[in-house]
Write a protein that binds this ligand. Structure first.
Ligand code: ADP
Length: 493
């Protein structure tokens, strides 16, 4: 690890006061804390406050009290604090990236990219705050007018995952705050220090007390239940598993909260034989092993047209074998650890099942334990060929460094197969045929299609899915609408 960079302990010099409520850092009422572990080494890197219902109630009260004044602020004022937060985040990028690598495991280069991405949401929504346009509608009566206003929904509850521990926070807090909402955020129990460091940015950028509140806990249900049952909370924004998201959305219905959900995925990647198999294999290796495969847009089914499948597999296998696994602070590391033991077991189970049903294991296939890697949760990047519908991996999200390749013959066949999933988040296609690119991107039933593009995301673009992948969009011009209610004003002259 480089020595001239602030350590996580120094950066998150909150002691164990990682709750940020009404503009103040607080410990849990009971003083309870929980350990935060580096998934690459098993080392405890810090502690976070373990909040429960009482602290959550206070955070909701703070957000609720702060809301009317924040809603009345001009969009320009709201933009100012978001812009300041962006600038501070960029200034602290190196420290934030190191903290992220220690707490979440991704290689430093990927952590730097995520900090940049996280900051992008702050800058984007600082601008979007100024573009919350209403509408006037011609009335059918001459002595009458219709005006449409967009107004902030109120107090927002945000729940975020560990895999992108900073950008998932700014992707929710920035549009909420830009719209004139206030927010209570509960981060994942695996990454509370990243969350605290992001909230330190908000504090230092001048967010008024109560506008953005942070409640860390290792008991998500306790905090979640309060957030969901409280009628003052008018909106739930959640990123996480389909399983949990479904339960939370059901619960949110009792108080009729607005809901946006960014859930699991099972992305198809389609490589047609008119594409360059080498270029496609390089692309696949880049996107598949990003964050060790722990991304909801990670390709889970890689369909390759039969004529080029062997060449594609050769290149993919070579590149996969060359990936260096290790703690993300080490130079040249291309793949970090998984987040925990259960993740290792899931990947192994999918591989064993697939191989047992006839898949070919071309590289990887096991946990890595040499050279001290046994202290962390490292899994060898893996390529499986001859995957078919009988295998668990064909339907179940992997969330690990496992590329499953399936041969196909025709365009119609592969579109039908790609769409044959309950999920509908990301999809990808490689082709050099323009007509085919248009046909296939229109036929895929997903919220996102990358055409010869392995990174079809950005703060300025709407991100989200269909079906079991969720509801609503984050980022883009659409992102702020999730935090706005439409009000019709009829005026009789
Ligand atoms: P993952 O499998 O990626 O960890 P989860 O859906 O379990 O996904 O977690 C995503 C977020 O949801 C985390 O912040 C987690 O603490 C939170 N969470 C999990 N269960 C609940 C719950 N019952 N109530 C509220 N939040 C929850």
């Amino acid at each position: 690890m480089s020595t001239d960079v602030t350590t996580p302990g120094e950066l998150t010099s909150f002691g164990v006061a990682t709750l940020f409520i009404d503009g103040k850092w607080e410990a849990a009422d009971t003083g309870a804390t929980f350990d935060v572990t580096d998934p690459a080494t098993g080392t405890i890197i810090g502690q976070a406050s373990d909040a429960g219902g009482a602290e959550t109630d206070r955070a909701i009260a703070a957000a609720s009290d702060a809301w009317p004044a924040w809603a009345r602020e001009t969009a320009y004022r709201r933009a100012e604090v978001l812009r300041a937060a962006h600038d501070l985040m960029v200034e602290r990028a190196e420290d934030l990236a190191h903290l992220m690598t220690s707490e979440q495991g991704k290689p430093l280069r990927a952590a730097r990219n995520e900090v940049r991405y996280a900051a992008d949401f702050l800058a984007w929504f600082a601008e979007e705050a100024k573009r919350v346009y209403g509408q006037t509608i011609p009335s059918n009566r001459s002595s009458h007018r219709f005006t449409v206003l967009k107004q902030p929904v109120g107090v927002v509850a945000g729940i975020t995952p560990w895999n992108y521990p900073m950008s998932m926070i700014t992707r929710k807090v920035a549009p909420a705050v830009a719209a004139g909402c206030t927010i209570v955020l509960k981060p994942a129990e695996q990454t509370p220090l990243c969350a605290a460091a992001v909230f330190k940015v908000f504090e230092d950028a001048g967010f008024p007390p109560g506008v953005a509140n942070l409640v860390t806990t290792q008991r998500p249900e306790q905090v979640g239940d309060r957030l969901l049952d409280d009628a003052r909370v008018r909106k739930l924004t959640f990123t996480g598993s389909t399983e949990v998201g479904t339960v939370l959305a059901g619960r949110a219905a009792a108080t009729m909260k607005r809901v946006s959900l960014e859930l699991g995925g099972h992305a198809p990647m389609i490589v047609f034989d008119d594409a360059d198999p080498e270029h496609a294999a390089k692309g696949v290796s880049l996107v598949k092993f990003l964050n060790a495969g722990q991304a909801c847009i990670s390709p889970n089914r890689i369909y390759v047209q039969r004529g080029i499948v062997e060449r594609f597999l050769e290149v993919l296998t070579d590149r996969t074998a060359a990936l260096e696994a290790g703690p993300g602070h080490q130079a040249n590391v291309g793949i970090g650890p998984l987040i925990d033991q259960a993740s290792l077991e899931k990947v192994q189970r999918q591989i064993d099942d697939a191989v047992g049903r006839g898949a070919r294991l071309l590289v990887g296939g096991r946990r890595l334990t040499d050279n001290g890697l046994d202290r962390g949760y490292f899994f060898a990047p893996t390529v499986l060929a001859d995957v078919d519908e009988s295998m668990v991996i064909y339907r179940e999200e992997t969330f690990g460094p496992l590329a499953a390749v399936i041969a196909f013959d025709t365009e119609d066949e592969v579109i039908a197969k790609a769409n044959d999933t309950q999920y509908g988040l990301a999809s990808y296609v490689y082709t050099r045929d323009l007509g085919r690119a248009v046909r296939v991107s229109e036929a895929l039933r997903f919220g996102i299609v990358g055409v010869n593009d392995i990174n079809p995301t950005g703060a300025q673009a709407p991100f989200g899915g269909r079906g079991s992948s969720g509801l609503g969009r984050e980022g883009g011009a659409e992102g702020i609408d999730e935090y706005l209610d439409v009000k019709l004003v009829g005026l009789a002259l």
